[in-house]
Each structure stands twice: as C-alpha cells, then as structure tokens.
Write a protein that binds this ligand. Structure first.
Ligand code: GLC
Length: 471
C-alpha cells in the first residue's frame, strides 16, 4: 500500500463496526444480545466505585492499561464511568509524568503480591501523596483510548474540560517516556521490567535474564499470592518470579530515582508493541490537540521519529516481524511474538513489511496446520521453543492483543484477516467464557475441555467484546 493510500485511510477512518454477517451463523441477534448482557455483568461485578478491577480476586486493584481497555467497554453505555476509569488511574500519576502500573485500593490491602508496602513507594517524593501506587509503568494506551472516547462522547461540549485535563496528563506521560526512557534520543522508550510490557511472561524476557547474574541473597523474601487463585500450570514459573522481584528490589533500593537509577540497570528493552502503542497514542493526541486548538508540533515529531526508529531498529528482515532490542547487550532478541505485529497500529510498516506480517499470520507460525489449526493470534508463536499453550503469555491468545491487531490490519485495508481475528476472539469467548487468556489450539488434546485460563470474569475480555459487539 502506498503512503497516499495509507493517509487516505487515516483521514477517512473506516466505520468502527462491521456487520454481524462477518461472524459465524450462530452469532444471531439473540446470541449477540446475550453476550452483550453477560459482558456488562462482568464489568458490573468487578466495579469498585470510581474504577473497575481487572478480575474478581486475582487482580483486586486498578491496573494501568486495563483501565484504558475497560473504559472502551463502558464508552457506549456509561460514558461517565468510562471517563472515571481514566481519571481514577491518572490520580496515581507521578510528578515527572510516569503513570504507575498499579494504583492500589486501600480496601484490598494484603490481597495481592507485590502490594503497596512491598513496592515501598510511600516516601518517594515524585509519587502523589494521597495515592498508593507501584513504581513502574505500562503500555501507554491512554492517548488512543482518549481519542476513541472523543469519537463516542455523547456531548463534546460538556466533556470538553475532561478531554482538556486528560490531554495534558497524557502529554506529560509521553514527555516522561521521551525524557527518561530514551537516553539516546532515538525515539524509542525502553521498559525496565517485564511487567511494564504488559506481557509479563514472554520467553523474550528469559533471553534478557540469561545475561543478568545475581545471588539468591539479592532476592528479598516474598510470598506469591497468584497461586492461591490460579493453578501453577498457567502462571509464571518460580524462577521467573524471583527475577521479577530482584528487579523491583533494585529499583526500590534506589528510591526510584531517574535517570540515575538507569546508569547500570540490567533490564532495558525496547519492545515493539510498547513503542507502537506510544506512537499510535501520539497520533491520537495530535487529533485531540487539533480539536482543543493546542500546539501539536512536538507530537508530530515524536510520531515520525518513533515510527522511523521502530523500523530502523526493531524490524527483523529474516523473520518478517518486529522484535525486541536489548539495550544492555546491544542486540535484537530473535523471538516471534504477537507484540511484533502491533506496529501495524501506528502505521510504521511499509507495504513490503505489512505483506510479510500478513503472510506470517496466515502461515503455520501463527495459524497452525490444516490438521492442527490455531485461533489467531498466539501471544508467543506456535513454533517458538518457549511456546506453551497453557502458560501466561507463552502462547495463549489474549483479547486485548487481538483487538489492537484487528485495528492495525484494518488500517492497512486487510479487512478479511481483521474480521477473522475478531471472529476468533468472539468465538473463544462464546465457547469458554470471559477468561483472561485462551488456549490457541482449536482442537484441544483428548480429555482436555478447559480452553480459558487465568482468571474468569476478566474485565478487558468483557470490555473489548462489548466494543466489538455494541453499535
Ligand atoms: C497480568 C497481565 C497484565 C495485566 C494484569 C492485570 O499481569 O500480564 O497485562 O495488566 O494482569 O489484568
């Protein structure tokens, strides 16, 4: 696709929703209404006042990118709650702009590890005084979420102050990434912990950790709580957890002081999905900024620079997909994961790159073989040595990843493939329920009937189902 066609698509966005006819026949209007009602119930049962927790017991606080996806689920039926999700999250924003991965609810103290006291952010001067937060961030979906809210707002005038306030907050967040997480001023933000990627347990992080050496004494004593709710088979292994905690401990010992903390920090990864989300949110802020009559020159520069850097540094010609770059070891990490496809969302890929990724999605790497087909899209490619269809981020399908991929493909005019991703996602939910993640194989091994894992009644699965089904 040539640049002018892409621009045309950008300037004339496709309708948000396609017809129900794209879905399998059992998605008749009764089935669809039932699903919408069930999804609304999930959100209703997870709501904690100003915000909605991601899951009933596994995640009892507010999470950063979850809040953005959840807001989209409310946008058509309860716009005030959609705005409230965003406002509540940004109450946790630190003075230099960072928006934390978790904003803790005082009601659920002790129910989650690592909790507020473990993060030990209480006396960090940058943290807002009256809010309890963790000390790292997450993928900055907020810009593009805000832009979709603007498209769906029932009353642009009445909500203008909300958009004005949020625009400034999100802009400050982006400034944080370009100032503190892009020391070489390349246009790429690095993440300092697997949890910042939102894709906590990718095999990619194992590659990075294989170069980080520490003693047991550098991992403080701790007790996991996740295994009280979910079978260990579906969760990260203990060895990975020790490494997560080792990194948290380093940061808290250094009192979260940036940029000093990064001088010898061992985990610094430029990940394609994270940067694509940042870039797409830059474009979204450009649109909101134009509406608010703000100066958007800086945003335009960031968008151009980040897209260029994503291509220069994160594209793998041999794999035909984007991959992560380890800033410490100064090398690409050669692994095929769904995050490597998300730059479609921010219009980084050119026609040839897009063709490679579209081919990969339809090849055995993601789609499986005719006799062993897979739902799109596995979080870690089916042919990776670290692939595991049950374990958190090592293979299962996640609905938020599919939602971003769907929009990325539509942006490039790949409507049938986008529709397949939407149909696969909705079919997984219909078949198994509102799970956190799903087995990517269409045919489960004999004797296995459970295809959804992690937490059931998962908020963003419900919210994005609503975004796909409601008109
Ligand atoms: C898990 C996911 C992360 C999500 C969080 C809360 O940690 O890996 O992406 O934000 O749960 O749902």
């Amino acid at each position: 696709m040539v640049a002018s066609q892409i621009n045309n698509l950008l300037n004339h966005p496709q309708p948000l929703h396609t017809s129900m006819n794209d879905l399998p026949p059992h998605f008749d209007s009764a089935a669809t209404s039932n699903m919408v009602a069930a999804a609304k119930n999930v959100l209703k049962s997870n709501i904690l006042g100003a915000f909605t927790k991601p899951a009933p017991s596994l995640y009892p606080h507010q999470w950063n990118w979850d809040a953005g996806f959840i807001a989209l689920g409310y946008a058509r039926s309860d716009f005030r709650q959609a705005c409230s999700e965003m406002t509540a999250l940004f109450r946790g924003q630190w003075a230099h702009g960072m928006v934390p991965q978790i904003v803790f609810s005082v009601k659920n103290v002790g129910k989650y590890f690592p909790g507020y006291f473990f993060w030990d952010t209480r006396d960090v001067p940058l943290k807002p005084r009256n809010t309890r937060t963790s000390g790292i961030s997450m993928p900055p979906v907020h810009g593009f979420v805000l832009n979709r809210l603007l498209q769906l707002t029932p009353d642009q005038k009445a909500y203008r102050p909300f958009f004005r306030r949020m625009f400034d907050r999100v802009l400050l967040l982006h400034q944080y990434y370009y100032q503190f997480r892009d020391p070489d001023r390349e246009g790429l933000a690095f993440i300092c912990h697997p949890w910042e990627s939102g894709m906590d347990n990718l095999p990619t992080w194992e590659e990075v950790f294989s170069q980080i050496h520490f003693n047991d004494s550098e991992v403080p004593p701790y007790e996991r709580r996740d295994l009280e709710h979910v079978d260990a088979l579906y969760r990260p292994r203990q060895q990975s957890y020790d490494r997560y905690i080792y990194l948290v401990n380093r940061m808290r010992q250094q009192r979260y002081q940036e940029p000093e903390m990064w001088d010898d920090f061992p985990f610094q990864v430029q990940e394609p999905m994270f940067n694509a989300i940042l870039s797409h949110s830059n474009e979204a802020l450009l649109e909101i900024g134009a509406w608010l009559r703000r100066d958007t020159g800086q945003l335009r520069e960031w968008h151009t620079q980040t897209n260029r850097a994503i291509n220069d540094k994160l594209w793998s010609e041999s794999r035909g997909i984007y991959v992560s770059y380890d800033r410490v070891q100064r090398r690409q990490i050669p692994l095929t994961t769904a995050g490597g496809l998300i730059p479609l969302l921010c219009s980084a890929p050119d026609a040839a790159q897009t063709a490679r990724m579209v081919a990969l999605l339809q090849s055995p790497v993601f789609a499986g073989e005719p006799e062993h087909p897979a739902w799109l899209c596995a979080s870690t490619a089916l042919n990776e040595p670290g692939f595991d269809p049950h374990r958190y981020w090592r293979g299962p399908v996640w609905i938020n990843m599919n939602w971003m991929l769907y929009h990325g493909l539509r942006r490039y005019g790949h409507h049938p493939l986008a529709e397949r991703i939407r149909a696969d996602s909705l079919e997984l939910v219909r078949k198994y329920g509102f799970w956190e993640y799903f087995n990517p194989w269409k045919n489960l091994p004999e004797g296995e009937t459970k295809g959804g894992y992690g937490s059931n009644q998962f908020s963003w699965t419900a919210a994005l189902t609503l975004d796909w089904l409601e008109r």
